[in-house]
Every structure is written in structure tokens, then in C-alpha cells.
Design a protein around this ligand. Sequence first.
Ligand SMILES: NC(=O)C1=CN([C@@H]2O[C@H](COP(=O)(O)OP(=O)(O)OC[C@H]3O[C@@H](n4cnc5c(N)ncnc54)[C@H](O)[C@@H]3O)[C@@H](O)[C@H]2O)C=CC1
Ligand SMILES: CC(=O)[C@](C)(O)C(=O)O
Ligand SMILES: [Mg+2]
Ligand SMILES: [Mg+2]
Length: 352
Amino acid sequence: MAKLNFGGTEENVVTREEFPLSKAQDVLKNETVAVIGYGVQGPGQALNQKDNGINVIVGQRKNSKTWDKAIADGFVPGETLFEIEEALEKGTIICYLLSDAAQIELWPTVKKHLTPGKALYFSHGFGITFNEQTGIVPPADVDVFLVAPKGSGTSLRRMFLQGRGLNSSFAIFQDATGKAWERVIALGIAVGSGYLFETDFKKEVFSDLTGERGTLMGCIQGIFAAQYDVLRSNGHTPSEAFNETVEELTQSLMPLVAENGMDWMYANCSTTAQRGALDWWKKFRDATKPVFEELYNSVATGKESQRSIDSNSQPDYREKLNAELAELRDSELWQAGKTVRSLRPENQAVEA
Ligand SMILES: NC(=O)C1=CN([C@@H]2O[C@H](COP(=O)(O)OP(=O)(O)OC[C@H]3O[C@@H](n4cnc5c(N)ncnc54)[C@H](O)[C@@H]3O)[C@@H](O)[C@H]2O)C=CC1
Ligand SMILES: CC(=O)[C@](C)(O)C(=O)O
Ligand SMILES: [Mg+2]
Ligand SMILES: [Mg+2]
């Protein structure tokens, strides 16, 4: 494992150079990887493994939309696509990719099929870390590890098809066979990770829950809404407010941040903008830091996981979720965004 310097701290990282696909294929050549669940991570990870020449099967409930999706994606019933129990029985590595709440319900069935030497693979530290809430306690004679792609399963697949790779973290909770390390790294490469950085189950879930509630998803919508509202209430049009809050960020400025960091993005903006951004960023940091402290605490005390379990276990949770998503979609901000997106030249019909 390579040790790399991250801003002054040395960390373990595994790259494709160090652990090429051929090595992953060799480690996994006698394994049957059973991907249980075909929601968002399921398809990304299963298809990437299939394209990478890994012996992968999918376990999914028959007569479900995602069963049909798996068939449309090239999995064949009775050959590479099975009912969940059959896949659990055939798999030597069980990739447990149901939603975190659904993992609780199916756990007794999964456990039954975890015979000695098999491996239980997660893409999140949730089930194991919050085992008092989930009841997920694996037997001692199986390997237990995770590869957590740091992004949507949709991006994992898209980037793979573009010849790129999403980065993932990995962690080993239990090494029963003595082969957990090579198994987990091989899987990480096989699912399409660009590189893998080391963590543990607790750190993975604490940071992941914080990130998605924070800057990645929750906080960003919050600050978009706040700035948009202020512009609108001061008489700016929806198009102006949206362009100055979201469109410029996603289309112009964030790609520069992704490419070469924040200072590089600043350096490519006007001196006027630089002056203002440098003056204001610390004020925003100080204003939001207490909220982030509150958020981290809510994660670490198990409040966030319990809330996810409670709401996502309800039979009508999808309908409720869709109603909440519709509230966002139908808001003026995102309706304005729809029109703005349609005006991007690449989204306009080519004129004759
Ligand atoms: N969505 C994402 O891109 C990411 C997800 N993860 C983690 O990956 C794991 C899987 O998450 P997602 O792909 O988002 O899951 P998901 O919410 O898309 O659900 C996966 C599958 O579970 C099935 N399912 C739901 N309830 C079931 C039940 N009671 N019995 C049998 N099947 C049931 C659904 O049909 C679906 O095919 C989770 O641990 C999640 O935290 C990690 C990184 C990103
Ligand atoms: C995409 C991802 O990594 C998230 C936001 O943590 C998730 O979907 O759980
Ligand atoms: Mg997450
Ligand atoms: Mg995440």
C-alpha cells in the first residue's frame, strides 16, 4: 500500500497501478460475487464487475421493477439473476446493497447463508456501526469489509464507461480467512474505483452521514435557497437569481475547483470577485460551523441513523419521499433552473 501525503498527513492508499485489474481478476477467479439489491449502487457495482470479467450474479426480488431493469442490463434469469435467497446461497462474497433500512429486514435471511469462509461486503459502515439499531451482527467465521464509493452509483457507472474512476474508501471489520485484505481491494478495483483510501466502519459512516447532510446535499440546498430568496426579495428576476446562485457555480466555477482547487478558481475570477470572496468566506464558515457541530453530534449519537431507519422502514416511505422531492422540484428556484437548463446550447435542438 502506498503512503501518500495529504496536506501533511500520511495515509494509506491503493491505486490501480499497485493493484491492477488483472490482479483483482486473479484474486476473485474462484469467487461468485452476489450483488444483493439492484437500486442505485447495485447496478453500478454489478455492471462494472461484469464488464471487468468478474463472476458476478444479482439477487433481486422477482416481479419488481428492478428485476426487469437487471434483465434489460444484461443479467439472465437462472444464470446471473436470481431470487435473493438463491443468490445468497450461490454467492461466496455477498455484496449487501439493499438500502440501509431494508438491510435490517433481510438480515436473518442473509445471516443464514453466511457459512464459514464467505465474505460479507457493504458499501457503508451503517449496519455494523449502528448494530444496536440494526441488529446486524455477523458470525465470527466470515470476512466482513466495505468498499464505499464516494459518489452516486450512477456516477460510478458513468465514470467507468468514460474510462475514469470514482474514488472509494475501504475498511476491514473482520478478517476470518486471512484473505480479507486482498478480497476487499480486488472488489474495490473490480467495482470501478479509481483508487481506494483506508478507513474503518465507524469513520466511514460518521463522515458519510455528515457529508451528505452537510456540504454535499443538505447544506448546499440550504445556502442556495437562502441566497436565491434574498435576491428575489430584492427585486431580482428568477433567471438572474438562479444564474447567480446555481448555474454559474455548477457550469463555470465548480469545474475549475475540481480541476485545480479553490485558489485556482479564485485566481480565474476578477480581482473584484477575489476581494469579496476572500473577505466573506470566513464569515460563512463561522456562521455555519455551529450547525456542522450539531450535525456531527447528531450523527455520532445515533440520532441520524435512527431517523433514517424509522422513516425509511415505513411501507409508504417512497410516496412520502416523492412528495418531499416534488416540493423541491416545484419550488420557484428549481423551476427557474429547469428553464435555465433548457437554454444551454447543448440542450437546444440543432437548427437546420
Ligand atoms: N445510492 C448511492 O449511490 C450510494 C449508496 N451507498 C450505500 O450502498 C447501499 C445500497 O444503497 P442504494 O443503492 O442507495 O439502495 P437503494 O435504496 O437503491 O435500494 C437497493 C435495493 O433494495 C431493494 N429493497 C428495498 N427494500 C427491500 C426489502 N425489504 N427486501 C428486499 N429488497 C429490498 C430495492 O428493490 C432496491 O433494488 C447502502 O448501504 C447505501 O448507504 C453508498 C454510496 C452511495
Ligand atoms: C452518493 C453518496 O455517497 C451518498 C451521498 O453518501 C449516498 O448516496 O448515501
Ligand atoms: Mg451516504
Ligand atoms: Mg457517500
